[in-house]
Design a protein around this ligand. Sequence first.
Ligand code: FAD
Length: 409
Amino acid sequence: MRFKPFAPAPGDHAAFGPSEPISKGAVHVCILGGGFGGLYCALALHQRLGKGSRVRITLVEPRDRFNFTPLLYELLTRELAPWEIAPAYQDLLKHTAIDLRQDWAEQINLAEQTVTLRYGDPLTYDYLVVALGSQMRPPATPGSQSHTLPFNTLHDAEQLERRLGELDHLTQVRVVVAGAGPSGVELACKLSDRLGRRGHVTVVDRRGEILRSYPARLQRAAAGALAKRGVEVYLNAAIDTVDASGLTFGYEGNPRHCQADLMLWTVGTVPRAWLGQNMLKQTAFGQCQVRPTLQLPDYDNVFVLGDMASMPAPGRNRAPTTAQAAYQAGPVVAQNLLALIANRPLKPFIYNHLGDMLTLGQREAVVCGFGLCLTGRLGGVSRRWAYWLRLPTYGHRWQVLKHWLGWKR
Ligand SMILES: Cc1cc2nc3c(=O)[nH]c(=O)nc-3n(C[C@H](O)[C@H](O)[C@H](O)COP(=O)(O)OP(=O)(O)OC[C@H]3O[C@@H](n4cnc5c(N)ncnc54)[C@H](O)[C@@H]3O)c2cc1C
């Protein structure tokens, strides 16, 4: 389908500037979601446009802080502070012309090229980028929603911190983590280190192995880290119910009840649903089908990326739902937007798997990539710097670096 005509001369994109109201002939790019896909796309677009451009960028994001999710666990052990991993959008965008709307996008009308917001006036776009990420799968296990805590956002980390505070008076704290995927394993190791001798951590998963789909070397390192901390791991254990006292699961043919003072639910996320009436092509996993250029099949001017999109990846079914994939896709979408505006050919997105990293306790991590696998403190240092390089802006990176080097903030 063709979008409403906008006809710049080839190579014209540099001539659009942010100073005019959107209605006065400027091109309006609207980006929904300020996570790894959306924010990094907005920043790359802004950087490429330069001064004097008349492309207007609006970023719609309900939170006030960007969440650098891979480093959320470090808040539990106080290795990092909230400002380091969750900088305010206002600070990140202050030297840019990106217009931040702190709001929820509620409806996308592809035919009218409009987005309805929960609180603000509707937006009209020329080009749309959708990167709304994932959300928790609606819980099917009775009691899980009311008795367990999620761990996906800064808000969840703060909630967990409050709960840990309430348990301060206990001489022994029994923690149960549902799920032995990356989140479950990383949480178990960090909480174990945080609680020290007071902690007794158990991980329960219905599958037969931890970190399914991760390389064997990484699985071994994680299993070693869990064992070193005395974390009890129950595999092939399907959770039946959760109540205030703990959770019950089937294990080796018998029901087993695990008492807990704190329960965390890390099982199952699903891509956020498309906002609107349009019937889009979706995969069985619920992701939007996109072209290799990350455009919607029937709408040239709409790009979808990150967890919501089934992004192509050589040698795989699709790119994984990770920050690594969304972070790589953001700048590609920015480049393709500019190519589309200037009538140039678009480039396909090619996901490049750079490796896997997991934190395995305080200051420890496993980092596997390029044929190497670093573990322990060396892994911890490597992971920390690899993520520092990926923090969203030079300004924020500089603030964090000064802090790490002990210079005044
Ligand atoms: C605890 C945790 C740890 C993780 N660790 C790793 C890791 O170590 N390595 C890795 O590669 N990946 C990791 N991930 C996965 C990674 O965070 C996601 O794959 C990545 O964030 C996806 O990027 P995205 O842009 O698609 O979505 P997100 O980064 O989630 O961004 C989506 C944004 O959309 C906003 N939004 C939602 N609904 C609306 C709406 N209606 N209107 C407007 N905005 C909306 C959200 O507030 C959010 O800011 C982790 C995830 C979690 C939860």
